[in-house]
Design a protein around this ligand. Structure first.
Ligand code: NAP
Ligand code: MG
Length: 479
């Protein structure tokens, strides 16, 4: 085999002006945190400190919620057409600044530039365009008398798709007439703080969007604030449960988009080479930091050996390294903490008795890296087959019959997504019908569209984002 070498092709970072220190965006103004405290945000690919972001406290959240309450009066008094125009303006500004945002996302979060450039940013703009189109059509879809916005919505998002999760949250909330207080994850707040500038440039009325950075305690202060009308959370099942407990007995709406451990089922009649590509994309996209990642490969026993051989060969061609190199397939792990979690679960998988394959490649000296990994010879009881690893690690299980595939696929507390690979349409429908998962992809994986609802079953959460269903998550029935 010819061993093709790639020359580096580094995306310039000059387009981004990363400030030394950031401020919160509250009531249409950039303000210092009253806590006077800051957190460092680092580049996970170099460990360099990029900037300082506010560590907001209860007082900061209090002023953000007050501003959102005032903003709600203004936002409710303008016409749906005007709300729509603001959202279109934001969408267009995102497109104009998409290179800057893509580079910043890759620097601050570690994801490959080809993904932030070709997936995250186009999806961010598409979500704002999509929901902009809905803002003035709500009354023809439902009776406006029955459905009203919640008011002030607290939104808490994770670090794996920082700006895209922001778009999934802010676009439908604003389109339905709510105002928001959003907290990005502490390791990846920079694109959200730059997005605040963009809202400012769009002339969005003061208080409609408020961005406050901080850590878990900042998120908890949003959840516990007495004037919050709804919480929309994306993150771990553990924190989701804490939030649900905090809100018990309060008249506060809640949607939870939580973790996953998706089965990617390959039947023996599948187009094997395409399935290998789909399995690779399903688990190694975004370093496996994907809630709906196809992290459990379910192979029909008869094709196991052939499939694993092809898969290992394909994995060996993945290029790990600098997120700003346009050739990079696998960037940096988002944080030291996440790297430690992945490492410990993988070590446990080995000591449990799983066979581990890792690709051979050079890893950069600094930064947080993990080799794309594949486990075979795994028992369903192992932690690597049950727990969300949230890294570039695929676990293989086998089955003999379609019934057994369903049993194994559903044998998890999660239910966010699943994949099925087969030549037979009837088998796709039979399988999809029986899978307990919010999204089922057939002969593809990780496909997204703003018009398509996304969300979980069981401990993957409740509520939907995207599509008409996503609008309903931000509308309250007033009977
Ligand atoms: P996480 O630890 O639950 O954090 C999510 C967000 O909640 C962060 O902004 C975090 O702040 C904040 N937070 C932490 N403790 C909190 C508390 N007690 N009260 C309120 N907010 C709190 O999750 P993560 O590690 O960032 O993200 C990975 C998880 O997100 C995975 O389980 C993944 O599956 C899930 N996820 C789900 C979806 C979906 O759509 N279902 C999409 C993406 C990710 P800090 O960052 O400052 O700690
Ligand atoms: Mg960072």
């Amino acid at each position: 085999m010819v061993n093709w070498k790639y020359s580096e092709s580094i995306e310039s970072s000059e387009i981004v002006n990363i400030k030394k220190k950031y401020q919160n965006y509250i009531g249409g103004k950039f303000v210092d945190p009253s806590s006077k405290k800051y957190l460092n945000t680092v580049s996970p690919s170099t460990e360099e400190i990029l900037s300082k972001i506010p560590l907001s406290n209860q007082k900061d959240i209090d002023s953000a919620v007050k501003a959102a309450k005032t903003g709600f009066e203004k936002w409710s008094s303008i016409t749906p057409q005007e709300r729509s125009q603001y959202l279109f303006k934001i969408a267009r500004l995102i497109q104009e600044r998409s290179r800057e945002f893509a580079v910043l996302e890759s620097i601050d979060g570690g994801k490959p530039i080809k993904e932030s450039r070709d997936f995250d940013l186009p999806q961010v703009a598409a979500n704002f365009f999509y929901f902009a189109g809905w803002a003035d059509k709500l009354d023809i879809s439902w009776s406006a008398k029955e459905l009203k916005p919640y008011g002030v919505v607290g939104q808490i998002i994770p670090w794996n798709f920082p700006l895209l999760m922001l778009a999934w949250k802010i676009a439908p909330a604003l389109a339905t007439g709510n105002t928001v207080v959003l907290k990005p994850a502490e390791t990846t707040s920079l694109t959200a703080l730059h997005f605040a500038e963009l809202c400012h440039d769009a002339g969005l009325p003061a208080g409609v969007v408020n961005i406050v950075s901080g850590d878990g305690s900042t998120g908890a202060n949003i959840v516990n604030h007495k004037d919050i009308n709804k919480i929309a959370f994306t993150g771990s099942t553990h924190v989701g449960k804490l939030i649900q407990k905090s809100l018990a007995g309060r008249d506060v709406g809640l949607t939870l988009e939580l973790g996953g451990k998706a089965a990617n089922i390959v039947y023996e009649d599948a187009a094997i080479d395409q399935a290998v590509e789909g399995v690779v994309n399903g688990i190694f996209f975004n370093q496996g930091h994907v809630c709906c990642a196809g992290s459990r490969l379910l192979l029909q026993e008869s094709i196991h050996d052939q499939f694993i051989k092809k898969l290992e060969k394909r994995m060996q061609t993945l290029r790990v390294g600098n997120p700003l190199d346009k050739n990079t397939d696998i960037g940096a792990i988002n944080s030291k903490e996440q790297l430690d979690k992945i490492t410990s679960l993988v070590n446990e998988g080995v000591s449990d008795g799983g066979d581990l394959f890792q690709i051979e490649c050079e890893l950069p000296g600094n930064g947080f890296w993990f080799r794309p990994s594949l486990f075979t010879n795994v028992q369903p009881s192992y932690s690597i087959a049950r727990e969300e690893i949230f890294g570039p690690v695929l676990t293989t299980l086998t089955f003999r019959t379609p019934e057994e595939a369903i049993e194994i696929a559903n044998n998890t507390e999660y239910g966010l997504s699943a994949g099925v690979w087969t030549e037979k349409g009837s088998k796709i429908l039979w399988t999809a019908d029986r899978l307990e998962a919010g999204v089922v992809w057939a002969n593809t994986f990780n496909k997204f569209d703003p018009s398509s609802p996304f969300g979980g079953y069981k401990e993957s959460g409740f509520g939907r984002e995207g599509g008409r269903h996503g609008l309903l998550s931000y509308l309250k029935a007033s009977l």
